[in-house]
Design a protein around this ligand. Structure first.
Ligand code: F6R
Length: 354
């Protein structure tokens, strides 16, 4: 059993780690943001400025990799694809590829095995610079979250997203695809992220607890979003599955009409994570509410069920702060049901078997 003293005033490690996210994010962003221009970060880390990226990860880390892939496409015009580490595709030689492995622990066996498939340079994005992954990699970007004791990823996920976004901007700058002003603009957005997370923490915690009480008897949920919000819906859903042991279908909202809409009955709870533009999600929301769904919105604005503090202009990494609200909801429901928030059944913090 972990020493309780490490939790400070918090009731569990997960609560403390959710709470610690803005500070952990601020530390990371401070250390990275002034090194983005001209590709300085890449030179310091020894990362070659490649034009195609392969992002390898499992679980929550793979959702952070999906956000990174989207930012690489939109900001750097670099094609990137996410490989779920347990299912690596057949190796294809490509001298322009850089592999980026996202792993909080740096000990995930599937990630380490997947890396045996390729010969290209590896950048490890990890919270453990002394891990097996860090030693295997050619360069290391340290997430610098401090220890994460709760089995569910919280602050490591949000820092992975910000590290991935910073990497995308640094690559775009190194390849001459962004002006100095553009880089400064992204730096400002990165620097603003911790404050939006902190404000969301304050805003969303009380309604998340109320919502948990309201939905405590629901056995199953649907989580949806569109565009840049999709990885956050998937990540929020994973928190609910692993902590509160609820069945969750999580998918891009446009996919509902291709099958999962049939699951919706009177009262089915649907958690919709707003990303800009909102209009297409609103159309999908109507498809669901007309079939009886109970719609729960996560987004800016006073009428949202789980309110978040979003920046005026959505950054290319999308509604990162929404995940803070979803973490609160998952933790609130878990505690209400009497389950162990820090040590969910059947799971380990480092998955060292394939
Ligand atoms: C979920 C969670 C897991 C991990 C996954 C990869 O909350 O923590 O899905 O993200 O096991 O672990 P790392 O990042 O250590 O490779």
């Amino acid at each position: 059993v972990e020493p309780l003293a490490d939790m400070g005033d918090a009731e569990d490690f997960t609560a403390r780690e959710i709470d610690d996210q803005p500070a952990a994010a601020a530390r990371l962003v401070d250390s990275l943001s002034e090194r983005l221009a001209g590709g300085l970060l890449l030179r310091e880390l020894g990362v070659p400025a490649r034009t195609r990226l392969r992002l390898v990860a499992c679980g929550s880390s793979s959702y952070a990799a999906h956000v990174t892939a989207a930012v690489l496409g939109s900001v750097a015009r670099i094609p990137a694809h996410v490989v779920v580490a347990s299912e690596p595709p057949p190796p294809v030689e490509d001298p322009d590829v850089l592999t980026v492995a996202f792993s909080q622990s740096g000990e995930t066996a599937d990630v380490l095995t997947a890396l045996e498939h390729w010969t290209d340079p590896v950048l490890a994005v990890t919270n453990n610079p002394r891990s097996t992954l860090a030693r295997r990699a050619d360069s290391v970007l340290d997430l610098a979250c401090g220890p994460e004791r709760g089995v569910a990823a919280t602050k490591s996920f949000t820092n992975q997203v910000l590290a991935g976004a910073a990497l995308a901007v640094a690559l775009a700058a190194a390849l001459g695809r962004l002006s100095t002003e553009d880089v400064a603009g992204f730096e400002a957005q990165l620097r603003a992220a911790p404050e939006h997370m902190a404000a969301t923490h304050r805003l969303a915690a009380p309604p998340a607890d109320r919502l948990a009480r309201d939905l405590a008897d629901e056995p199953a949920f649907i989580y949806v979003s569109r565009g840049a919000g999709v990885p956050y819906a998937l990540e929020g859903a994973l928190k609910l599955k692993e902590l509160a042991y609820r069945w969750v279908e999580a998918l891009p909202a446009g996919e509902l009409k291709h099958g999962p809409l049939a699951l919706i009955q009177e009262g089915t709870p649907v958690i919709a994570v707003q990303a800009r533009p909102h209009d297409r999600l609103a159309v999908n929301a109507r498809e669901m509410t007309t079939r009886g769904a109970r719609l729960i919105t996560v987004g800016p604005g006073e009428d949202a069920d789980l309110p978040v503090k979003a920046p005026a202009v959505e950054p290319p990494w999308g509604p990162l702060e929404s995940v803070v609200a979803l973490q609160h909801f998952a933790r609130g429901l878990t505690r209400l049901l009497g389950y162990d928030v820090d040590r969910p059944r059947n799971l380990a913090k480092s998955v060292t078997v394939e």
